[in-house]
Design a protein around this ligand. Structure first.
Ligand SMILES: C[S@@+](CC[C@H](N)C(=O)[O-])C[C@H]1O[C@@H](n2cnc3c(N)ncnc32)[C@H](O)[C@@H]1O
Length: 260
């Protein structure tokens, strides 16, 4: 499998992603990731790199909280959406966000190093091999800096097709940890253990991990409705404890680079 996002040339994945972000599932993912980041980030100004930061949703949340954010992403269509989102913000927020076109593998050359936080949310699943990518990301975090990785949960990939009654897909997902994702391109899933091992080799140790979408992943494109805060609270609490988080759609792992 090559990078299934960047090799889907001609298909505007950014439009499909924008549609998804407006659904309950998309909104919950963003809100749960933001809440975990708030839990672990110091409140004073941080230097953040969002690798594969896409349309800038998380960058804007972080910049509103006072942090300086560089978004590094190879997809011009996603960056164009990020640019529009950033332009809608007041000057002091806009001034804290920088958009850079390029691949995470080249982060050190493109944006330098020493970041307090390096994010990578919803990117690994499109890559053929997470190892070199995560090593590159760990390499641009400062000693003591945080890494935030969200990807598909390989131990529970069959939950969605299973709950939707798609039995052939459930069997395939269990046995291959691959599937055609929401946007119609091939994706891969990793396990918490896989990512912990790779980051461990890159001198980063896990601080916490959360399950993202335990109760709502089978709801298709249900829009955000009334009671969102209660759904969010239920998902947040389930995502922080076993056994619920083990069957979540994604895992969100936060680690700290300890330095070599
Ligand atoms: C599903 S979107 C996620 C966007 C954003 N992180 C979020 O959580 O909303 C996946 C993003 O990964 C980016 N991407 C794909 N290959 C990449 C690579 N090699 N380096 C950095 N970003 C990459 C895509 O361009 C796209 O913007």
């Amino acid at each position: 499998m090559s990078n299934s996002w960047t090799s889907a040339s001609g298909a505007d994945l950014s439009a499909g992603y924008a549609r998804h972000a407006g659904t309950l599932r998309g909104a919950l993912r963003h809100a749960l990731v933001a809440r975990a980041l708030r839990t672990h980030l110091p409140s004073w100004e941080q230097r953040v790199l969002d690798v594969g930061g896409g349309d800038g949703h998380q960058a804007v949340q972080l910049a509103r909280a006072g942090h300086h954010v560089t978004v590094l992403d190879p997809d011009p269509a996603m960056l164009q959406r990020a640019q529009a989102r950033v332009e809608a913000e007041p000057d002091h927020v806009r001034g804290r966000i920088r958009l850079v076109e390029g691949a995470g593998e080249n982060a050190a050359q493109l944006v330098g190093s020493g970041f307090d936080l390096v994010c990578c949310h919803g990117v690994l699943m499109y890559l053929p091999n997470p190892d070199p990518f995560l090593h590159a990301l760990a390499g641009v975090a400062r000693d003591g800096g945080l890494l935030s990785v969200l990807t598909k949960n390989g131990q529970a990939l069959a939950m969605r097709p299973g709950l939707e009654g798609r039995w052939a897909d459930a069997l395939a997902a269990m046995n291959t940890r691959r599937e055609i994702g929401n946007l119609g391109v091939p994706t891969r899933a990793d396990t918490v253990g896989d990512v912990e091992r790779i980051l461990g080799e890159a001198d980063a140790a896990t601080i916490a991990w959360y399950g993202v979408r335990v109760f709502t992943d089978h709801l298709g494109d249900t829009p955000v409705g009334e009671g969102f805060d209660q759904v969010l609270e239920a998902e947040w609490q389930a995502g922080a404890r076993d056994p619920y988080r083990l069957v979540a759609r994604h895992f969100h792992l936060i680690s700290r680079r300890v330095g070599s």
